[in-house]
Design a binder for this molecule. Structure first.
Ligand SMILES: [Ca+2]
Ligand SMILES: [Ca+2]
Length: 422
């Protein structure tokens, strides 16, 4: 009498247990699938948010760089308050015309224009603390390669040296830094000299703060550029009173003004500035630097055999970069990208003239060999976006280069957003 009940129950009980086990494992599988999907979606949302911020910053920088293409530098008259002493109209080449490395006055003046433009860009758009000159209103004396009759007719022609001053925009940026912390440069220098574990992070945060100050002092389509950013895109992550743009992981967004070592600067340039970019596959470096259309950069001109390596490569477009979620183990944010040089870096071990000034870590302080340096007495110190152009077989020596592929893996940049770099 009990049999049917038993036989009915037995299989039923067994099934329940199996069903339960199956259900549990199903729930586990399904929920873990949902969790993975959720995490992926969250990460995707974070990436989209970071991309949006980087895209906006990049847009402001494009606009700024385009402004410089039309920046009026009239050194004949010394306008813009940028020069203390104009080039006299009767200036002539210092080098005799029969010299193999002779360059005509027109090119020397054009070189001066290009150098001063770079100088002003670096001053107004610093990405390194030593780009900002604290020495005073005179930033640089340029030996032009020209001579002109001096006040004493018996003394013969005198070298023409042009003095570059600090631009008002650069002065504003410097004042803002000093207002928050008068010792900002000294403190970074001390961290560097003491090999402090805080150095990397401090440098990266300072870089991000300069980027913010640049954008804060820019306009976009006639309105203050800073207005296109929301509160969640800005923070003071190190609590020093200076703001940074932050990514979705609340880490500072950094940048490199001239990322000449960014591996795909050449092949995958997003073509933001120059439509004629990469016409010849860069076989002959025949791109056009929008700021140097006549190729007056000394690297194109100097005929000394070793200087072939000094040819500028592609015009580097600013790299805006989020480090992702990883850390680099030295206290930094995990960019895996070369954001600065060491002090007094060597440009070319075979040519002591082509190097960074020993006291500087900024590409604004590069000794450039020119044939008209008067036997080394008047070297040209210039702002060199392509430093170090030598050695060509070590691309990681250049700013913007990927120096740790693993750390770079999860980075987000303005280059990748434009789909130009995969
Ligand atoms: Ca800060
Ligand atoms: Ca990273």
């Amino acid at each position: 009498m009990n049999k049917p009940t038993r036989t009915n129950r037995k299989p039923h009980r067994g099934l329940t247990l199996v069903e339960l086990l199956v259900s549990i494992s199903l729930i586990t599988v399904v929920s873990s699938m949902f969790l993975v999907a959720y995490r992926q979606a969250a990460a995707e949302a974070s990436n989209i948010r970071t991309q949006s911020t980087i895209r906006k910053i990049s847009e402001v920088l494009v606009s700024r760089m385009q402004e410089y293409e039309n920046y009026p530098i009239n050194f004949a008259r010394g306008t813009n308050n940028f020069f203390a002493n104009p080039v006299p109209g009767n200036a002539t080449e210092a080098m005799p015309a029969n010299n193999d490395e002779f360059e005509p006055k027109g090119i020397l003046l054009e070189r001066l224009r290009v150098m001063l433009l770079r100088e002003i860009i670096a001053q107004e758009m610093p990405d390194h603390y030593q780009d900002i000159k604290t020495s005073g209103p005179v930033v640089r004396n340029y030996w032009t390669g020209l001579v002109a009759p001096g006040p004493n007719p018996n003394a013969g022609p005198q070298p023409v040296v042009v003095t570059a001053s600090e631009s008002p925009r650069a002065a504003r940026l410097k004042a803002r830094l000093a207002q928050v912390n008068p010792n900002w440069q000294l403190q970074l220098d001390q961290l560097y000299q003491n090999n402090s574990p805080d150095f990397v992070r401090a440098m990266q945060t300072a870089n991000a703060e300069y980027l913010y100050l640049i954008v804060e002092d820019s306009n976009l389509n006639g309105s203050p550029a800073i207005e296109i950013f929301g509160k969640t895109e800005i923070a003071d992550t190190d609590n020093d009173g200076l703001l940074e743009f932050i990514d979705a992981n609340r880490q500072p967004i950094c940048w490199v003004r001239w990322p000449t070592g960014f591996p795909d600067t050449i092949r995958f340039h997003p073509d933001l500035l120059d439509p004629s970019f990469n016409r010849d596959g860069f076989a002959n470096y025949a791109f056009s630097d929008p700021l140097d259309p006549r190729k007056a950069d000394p690297g194109y001109r100097i005929k000394q055999p070793q200087t072939i390596a000094y040819k500028p490569s592609a015009m580097a477009f600013p790299l805006v970069i989020s480090s992702g979620v990883d850390r680099d183990g030295s206290g930094g944010f995990g960019f895996g990208v070369k954001l600065w040089h060491q002090k007094g870096a060597l440009g070319d071990p075979n040519n002591p003239k082509y190097r960074m000034l020993p006291t500087s870590a900024s590409v604004t302080d590069v000794l450039m060999p020119v044939p008209y340096d008067l036997g080394g007495q008047s070297p040209v110190v210039m702002c060199d976006p392509w430093f170090p152009r030598f050695p060509p077989n070590d691309p990681t020596a250049r700013l913007g280069a990927i120096i740790d592929a693993k750390l770079f893996e999860d980075d987000i940049t303005n280059y990748s957003i434009n789909g130009a770099y995969q």
